[in-house]
Ligand binder design. Structure first.
Ligand code: KIV
Length: 266
């Protein structure tokens, strides 16, 4: 078994300038494939809500649903660090509730860290979770749980006030003890500034080349969705089209009595 990636390794990687790789997974099969290929971090994102569970955004996914998917992912992983994404309203209402829920991710699901969206507003919560011995990854920029507050999916940090607040938030997160910060959908120059300013690694998604690492939603980079093509996500395959070709072929072969043939019969 290869050595587990730890928060210390990530800080070392930043110091050495070695890029950190992160992808999402929600099930054991995909997680084990990512682990085998050498991914550093696996995020069980609350994006499971829209990617797998059919919700229109990440708001509805529950703690129990997240724990269920985290357990499946952890069963498939030996080396990568697994991070559980705390769902909407599992950490915003009270600090005690947040610590309890963060603890469930480690105790019940077996992940090694949790991720929370936000800056200054949740800094005391983050401190308390970190003080409880739970590694925390921050998340700034476009934070999908605030989609209704933002009024859409636009790039964050384009105006000066937003940019200054984000730089300040990043500093506060670092001080609160996060081991890393996701920067989502912000100008590349702002991501570069934040990355240079803080000592913990930044992991970018739609935040340019200068972050310490990169993350994508795996189903997006595999091209599973034929219509959804965000600018920041590179399509490494067209699996959606390929999968549909397979289903169509199977249906046709069963209807036409071509499957099963002798080869597949006893
Ligand atoms: O839920 C998720 O997949 C995420 C990533 C996009 C960073 O938060």
């Amino acid at each position: 078994m290869s050595k587990k990636i730890t928060t210390k390794d990530l800080i070392e990687m930043k110091k050495k300038g070695e890029k950190i790789t992160m992808l999402t997974a929600y099930d054991c099969l995909m997680a084990s494939q990512l682990d085998e290929c050498g991914i550093d971090l696996i995020l069980v994102g609350d994006s499971v809500a829209n990617v797998l569970l059919g919700y229109k955004n990440t708001i509805p996914v529950s703690m129990d649903e997240m724990i269920h998917h985290c357990k499946a992912v952890c069963r498939g992983v030996e080396r990568a660090m697994v991070i559980g994404d705390m769902p909407f309203m599992s950490y915003q209402a009270s600090i005690t509730g947040a610590v309890r829920n963060a603890g469930r991710f480690l105790k019940e699901a077996g992940v090694e860290a949790v991720k929370l969206e936000g800056g200054k507003e949740i800094i005391l919560t983050i401190k308390k979770i970190v003080d409880s011995g739970i590694p925390v990854m921050g998340h700034l920029g476009f934070t999908p749980q605030s989609v209704y507050k933002f009024g859409g999916y636009g790039v964050r940090g384009k105006d000066e006030n937003q940019a200054l607040k984000m730089i300040e938030d990043a500093g506060m997160l670092e001080e609160a003890g996060v081991f890393s910060i996701v920067l989502e959908k912000i100008p590349a120059e702002l991501a570069k500034k934040i990355t240079r300013k803080i000592s913990v690694p930044t992991i970018g998604i739609g935040a340019g080349i200068n972050c310490d690492g990169q993350v994508l939603v795996t189903h997006d980079m595999l091209g599973c969705f034929e219509e959804f093509k965000p600018k920041f996500s590179k399509r490494y395959a067209e699996l959606g089209t390929e999968m549909k070709k397979c289903y169509t072929k199977y249906i046709e072969e069963v209807k036409n009595k071509k499957f099963p043939s002798e080869e597949h019969s006893y």
